[in-house]
Design a protein around this ligand. Structure first.
Ligand code: FMN
Length: 334
């Protein structure tokens, strides 16, 4: 396939959005208000189903549809225990776009596509991207080591991963990990991505349901304050909490080379909700990307999308941006 077959325009057509900007699905950090604000600004908003009970997911989808008639997405980590029930809901509701992650897309892709959804799978290597393409997904997200949340074991950064994946597959590639503004969007497009998915940046928005204490902690965070941890279980990038916090406990256990049973009992249950939704910085798990060091404001999600698009357009006027752009779709009827 030549490059013109996966320009930002092609991705926008696939997702039915105005801009190739996706708000990532994130456990405990998404909700209908955020999804609607992003959608109304021309991006793609995503519900993170990985922290929702099946009835909550149905409810959130209904709330999105009550406020917004355009496209939106749902993210389902395939290790989620009630994945079958979530998938039934997505197919019954004919959710426009489904992002799958943390597992093999083989089982669900065809069924979701038959139900009318566009299917995108999240990968951390070119090898996984090829498997996802063979499974029939419409696009992949190439998510680098910088990213917040669960992450690949390969530790490949976005700058290296993205061209590897772009060269390996023929479907559109969405860049994720460390992207937060027009400069990083420009860099991702220059490396061959058709669009971007941002997670951490959208945690720091007004509509995000994450706890204010978590957002304040992110605003204060400096360089080097996140680390990829719990690699024996499922690798996840965590933000340092106060002294003696869960982060320090995990760091100590890892330094002592504790086995996976010890790590599992240390993790226990409910840590992610406690940290990100309830604001318990001491005992909770705080998932965020390296880019947290650059985030210290709290814009509305729609203003954030519009600001990035405006700045990107100004790059073009300044002659900095590549020749491709998606303006032709700005009047895209939904
Ligand atoms: C708080 C948080 C929760 C996340 N939860 C999920 C999830 O449930 N499913 C998933 O596929 N990715 C999840 N991610 C990863 C994001 O979807 C996205 O790919 C990532 O945040 C991109 O990197 P960035 O944080 O540097 O923007 C999560 C990220 C964060 C920050």
């Amino acid at each position: 396939m030549n490059c013109s077959a996966r320009t930002p325009q092609v991705l926008c057509e696939l997702l039915r959005t105005q801009h190739p900007i996706i708000q990532a699905g994130m456990v405990w950090c998404t909700g209908s208000d955020l999804v609607v604000a992003v959608g109304k600004a021309g991006g793609l908003g995503t519900l993170g189903a990985g922290s929702m009970y099946p009835d909550e997911l149905r409810d959130e989808i209904a709330q999105v549809r009550a406020q917004w008639g355009g496209p939106f997405a749902v993210n389902v980590p395939l290790l989620y225990p009630a994945v079958e029930e979530h998938m039934e809901t997505l197919m019954k509701e004919r959710v426009p776009v489904v992002f799958t992650s943390a597992g093999s897309p083989r089982k669900w892709t065809e069924q979701l596509k038959s139900a009318g959804s566009t299917v995108v799978h999240v990968v951390s290597s070119a090898a996984f991207a090829l498997k996802a393409e063979a499974a029939g997904v419409d696009a992949v997200v190439a998510e680098g080591f910088e990213a917040g949340g669960h992450n690949g074991r390969e530790e490949t950064t976005t700058l290296c991963l993205l061209p590897e994946v772009v060269d390996a597959v023929n479907i559109p590639v969405i860049a994720a990990g460390g992207i937060h503004d027009a400069r990083s969007l420009l860099a991702a497009l220059a490396l061959g991505a058709s669009g971007v998915q941002m997670g951490s940046r959208f945690v720091m928005t007004q509509e995000n349901p994450a706890h204010t204490r978590f957002k304040q902690r992110i605003a204060e965070a400096g360089a080097g304050e996140t680390r990829l941890m719990l690699k024996q279980l499922t690798p996840v990038r965590l933000l340092r909490g106060p002294e003696g916090s869960f982060f320090d406990q995990v760091a100590e256990a890892e330094a002592a080379r504790s086995d996976s049973d010890v790590m599992r009992s240390l993790l226990g249950r409910g840590r992610a909700k406690r940290g990100m939704r309830e604001g318990d910085l001491m005992e909770g798990e705080l998932e965020i990307g390296q880019v947290s060091a650059l985030l210290n404001d709290l814009p509305g999600a729609g203003d954030l999308v519009q600001g990035i698009v405006d700045r990107y357009r100004s790059f073009r006027t300044e002659g900095m941006a590549p020749g491709f752009h998606w303006d032709a779709l700005s009047q895209n009827p939904r």
